[in-house]
Design a protein around this ligand. Structure first.
Ligand code: AMP
Length: 464
């Protein structure tokens, strides 16, 4: 930044001499074309059919389970995430995209959705609505993580949050909704579940954990030693091989759970049994966000041999303190889950890898009516007629930049058009339009003023 300022200042005081020649010169071609920012990807048209499938499944599932949509801003005060997600979490400590605005506010791109949804719930007085308030969202999240397969700096999450209710059936239904959503997409998944107890019972467990890992300190990496000090539960999440081995002997949280948490956890599991959701108890599942307590869970794709895929497709849990921590009423329990849509899409792509992705895109762009034109007059009239169809809410395919009728008809066929409306010079002069039945090859001439209605009738006959 200072460098730019300096250059700007320099050029302001010392204007460059411009010659007639340099004024005329066209801008130089850059040595390297600009690429998308590391860890952030384009979603190209060929991938859109998969994304559409996933987004539709999210929307439909949210509707069935009674969640209302909420959209929150991509940018929030940094304090929201420090207070909400937790200061000593990787997400806040290392991965926040934070910046100061021109007005001096400290803001960040959201790394996840729950903190924002809770902020909105408090800010808009949703505590006064009948509880639970059930909200869902879908949108991009940002984490400055090391990009790798399945891990991006901008990624899409869809989340369901049930606020203001502490019944374990809420936890179970969130798990069931996520599991069903994946199943709807053809992904068989298994849920890893654990209970983190309450803040108090967890404190005792934390102490036991710290004592255990302290006794093994020599085997810990520098990073893990830091975790031991700041956020010992996160040690259980470490991918470090030494920790993986040490974990086997580490104290397990179930042995430290308070009675109430234990019985709530049992009820969650009973509900899952009732519906037949496959789950695995994972005593070391802790999740990377500080706000969780009691139930936590993660979804993993079940491979053929029941081995679980490496990366979680989603996860969630109960966060009974977060609403209060963000300024809401005391005793406002809540639970939620979120799914990583990039990973789900990538699984669907793997599952469909024998299909031609371009065909899927073509299938998506199928259109019953094509508007063809011939000659300048025909093209002009067709352009105006397109607007009439648009106003009437009738989707129409066209190829206005093509003059040749044969190539237009080829496109009409590719788009699956059943009828082509054709306008040439003669039709413009006569005030008519030709409607061609693409399958039968028959044609009829209609008054151009009635063509929208005629097409409407034909489309209606398709519905019957
Ligand atoms: P979390 O908000 O960390 O609980 O993550 C919920 C889900 O979002 C994970 O299970 C992943 O599927 C997905 N996810 C989290 N971080 C990333 C990332 N950096 N890139 C892609 N997906 C992610």
């Amino acid at each position: 930044m200072p460098k730019t300022k300096k250059t700007a200042a320099k050029s302001a005081t010392k204007p460059k001499k411009t010659t007639a020649k340099s004024q005329e010169a066209t801008p130089k071609k850059p040595a390297h074309p600009i690429q998308s920012v590391r860890g952030m990807r384009d979603t190209l048209p060929v991938d859109q059919p998969h994304w559409l499938r996933v987004k539709t499944a999210v929307e439909e599932t949210a509707g069935v389970y009674g969640f209302d949509r909420i959209d929150t801003p991509l940018v929030e005060e940094t304090a929201l995430f420090i207070r909400g997600v937790g200061k000593a979490t990787d997400i806040v400590e290392k991965e926040l995209y934070s910046f100061e605005t021109k007005g001096g506010e400290q803001v960040s791109l959201r790394p996840e959705g729950t903190a924002s949804v809770v902020r909105a719930y408090v800010q808009h007085g949703m505590l006064n609505l009948p509880q639970p308030v059930k909200l869902w969202y879908m949108g991009p999240m940002f984490r400055y993580d090391r990009p790798q397969s399945g891990r991006y700096r901008q990624f899409m999450q869809a989340g369901f949050e049930a606020l203001g209710d502490d019944d374990p059936i809420v936890d179970a239904q969130l798990i069931i909704a996520g599991w069903n959503l994946l199943r709807k997409l053809g992904i068989e998944s298994i849920v890893k579940v654990n209970s983190l107890g309450t803040t108090d019972s967890r404190l005792n467990y934390k102490n036991a954990l710290v004592a255990y890992f302290r006794s093994k300190k020599a085997k810990l990496s520098d990073e893990d030693k830091k975790r031991l000090l700041k956020n010992p539960l996160r040690l259980l999440d470490s991918k470090d091989e030494a920790i993986q081995e040490l974990k086997a002997e580490a104290p397990q949280i179930v042995d430290w759970l308070d009675e109430d948490s234990k019985s709530r956890f049992m009820r969650v599991l009973e509900y899952l049994d009732e519906v037949g959701v496959p789950y695995q108890l994972d005593p070391y599942l802790v999740r990377g966000l500080d706000y969780y307590e009691r139930t936590v869970f993660e979804f993993y794709a079940a491979e053929d041999d029941q081995e679980l895929a490496q990366a979680a497709l989603g996860g969630g849990g109960r966060y009974d303190q977060l609403i209060e921590q963000l300024g809401g009423r005391e005793d406002s329990p809540a639970a939620g889950m979120s799914l990583g849509l990039d990973r789900i899409v990538s699984r669907l792509k793997d599952m469909d890898k024998d299909q031609d992705p371009h065909q899927a895109l073509l299938d998506l762009s199928q259109c019953d009516v094509f508007l063809a034109q011939l000659g300048d007059m025909g093209r002009k009239k067709a352009l105006a007629l397109f607007e009439e169809f648009y106003t009437a809410g009738i989707p129409l395919a066209e190829a206005f930049s093509k003059a040749n009728i044969k190539s237009q008809m080829e496109i009409a066929n590719r788009r699956g058009a059943k009828w082509a409306v054709v306008i040439g010079q003669k039709e413009v002069l006569d005030g008519t339009a030709i409607i061609r039945d693409m399958d039968a090859g028959t044609q009829e001439i209609v008054d151009v003023k009635k063509v929208v209605n005629e097409i409407k009738k034909k489309l209606a006959s398709l519905q019957k």
